[in-house]
Ligand binder design. Structure first.
Ligand SMILES: Cc1cc2nc3c(=O)[nH]c(=O)nc-3n(C[C@H](O)[C@H](O)[C@H](O)COP(=O)(O)OP(=O)(O)OC[C@H]3O[C@@H](n4cnc5c(N)ncnc54)[C@H](O)[C@@H]3O)c2cc1C
Length: 375
């Protein structure tokens, strides 16, 4: 935990990280990854009771990016689903924190922070992932509200969320300027779960369908036509935290690999005595530290009120790509045990993969960095 002495942090951050570490050891226990719906609901309740979800919503002072990153890094190091449950409360309610009207904030944010309601963020569509502005899901103004028609896919917490922040084409202008955001309660008539999606590391995930789903104008978040900007602002907050989660996975893999290398007897000594193994451990350490430096630089800069488009993209690119390398190297060091179900490095290998794809694939981060450099 030496990195906590870096100048990016304040004392309350150091206390927070130590507090969550103790909480994880004492309270988290074994997380069942076979029944992810039940586990996520339980985790959200536990995290709410522990007070940790207070950091996922704006309670008047904005969002403390360094706190969010430290919490995600710590949770990911202990359990990927615990990190996921925490992260989705923030991502799913982020637009309400940013632009919610007082009634919207009062209705949703306390329940999110208490772990009583689960949140989801519905942006991607079958034909619009990286190319968000190609979205087709329509919000047609009718009477004193809107009618939603279309689909969203890959939606985390889909099927178990109590509400969904949905981005849909409201038609004020072509392309990205004709999109608005809405908060849709899960029991709204016309809304349904079209399909549950099974992925390499199980998480609650679904394709959503809206069929003449009527919502009142009071469910719109922010101004009409400004939904795309709002989605990007929400992702800007949480992009650095995806990098922090990757860092947590990498740190766990590094720790597992180090312990294994020191204890595995081989060629009359231990794996750790072999120069090639030491070189691998050195590469892992460089990947971990370079990710950590970029994550906490971006988080610190955002907390200073700076725009961190480039810094957050660099953190996400380097941390997720680096975590993949670190986890892969750890699996390799474990030999056959590395691919055996039930081994920590085997589950990390499955957990880490999607982070290079969601909230902007690595190629999208490269484009963002390139564009910012050329400005
Ligand atoms: C586990 C998981 C959870 C998710 N949770 C959510 C969620 O909660 N809410 C939500 O809205 N979405 C969510 N997503 C969707 C995610 O954001 C999209 O999968 C992602 O944006 C990529 O979109 P796509 O899958 O349509 O791939 P595509 O857009 O078809 O892209 C495919 C690949 O093309 C490459 N690529 C992209 N752009 C470029 C480029 N400019 N140049 C070169 N190559 C490029 C990348 O390698 C990319 O992976 C989730 C996805 C996963 C896997």
């Amino acid at each position: 935990m030496d990195f906590l002495n870096w100048p990016f942090f304040e004392d309350h951050h150091r206390k927070l990280a130590a507090g969550l570490e103790s909480w994880c050891v004492a309270q988290l226990g074994h997380v069942d990854h076979d029944d992810v719906d039940a586990s996520c609901k339980k985790l959200v309740r536990q995290l709410g009771e522990g007070g940790w979800l207070n950091y996922t919503v704006d309670q008047g002072r904005g969002i403390d990016t360094r706190a969010i990153c430290l919490l995600r890094e710590t949770l990911a190091r202990h359990d990927g689903l615990a990190d996921f449950a925490f992260a989705m409360q923030g991502l799913g309610s982020g637009a309400i924190s940013l632009v919610g009207a007082p009634e919207q904030r009062a209705r949703y944010l306390p329940k999110v922070a208490a772990g009583e309601w689960l949140a989801a963020f519905a942006l991607s569509e079958p034909e619009a992932g990286s190319d968000v502005a190609a979205m087709r899901c329509a919000a047609t103004a009718e009477g004193d509200g809107y009618v939603l028609n279309g689909e969203k896919t890959w939606i985390s917490n889909g099927g178990i969320a109590d509400f969904y922040v949905v981005f849909a084409r409201s038609g004020e202008a072509p392309g990205s300027r004709g999109i608005s955001a809405f908060v849709v309660d899960a029991d709204t008539p016309g809304f349904e779960i079209a399909e549950r999606i099974d992925v390499v590391a199980a998480h609650p995930l679904a394709r959503l369908r809206f069929s003449n789903c009527r919502i009142s104008a009071a469910q719109r978040l922010g101004n009409a036509g400004e939904g795309f900007k709002l989605a990007m602002r929400t992702l800007d907050i949480f992009r650095t935290s995806v990098a922090a989660a990757a860092l947590g996975f990498a740190r766990r893999a590094q720790a597992e690999a180090l312990a294994h290398a020191k204890s595995r007897a081989m060629f009359g000594a231990t794996l750790s005595s072999l120069p090639l193994a030491q070189a691998k451990l050195a590469e892992m350490a460089c990947d971990v530290d370079s990710a950590a430096l970029l994550v906490y630089r971006a988080a610190w800069a955002r907390d200073q009120g700076r725009t961190v488009t480039k810094e957050a993209a660099m953190a996400k690119l380097v941390a997720t790509e680096g975590a993949q390398r670190v986890v892969d190297a750890a699996v390799q060091m474990f030999g056959g045990r590395g691919v055996r179900r039930g081994e920590i490095v085997e589950s990390l290998y499955r957990e880490v993969r999607a982070l290079r794809i969601y909230e902007g694939a690595s190629e999208v981060q490269q484009l963002i960095i390139g564009r910012e450099l050329l400005k």
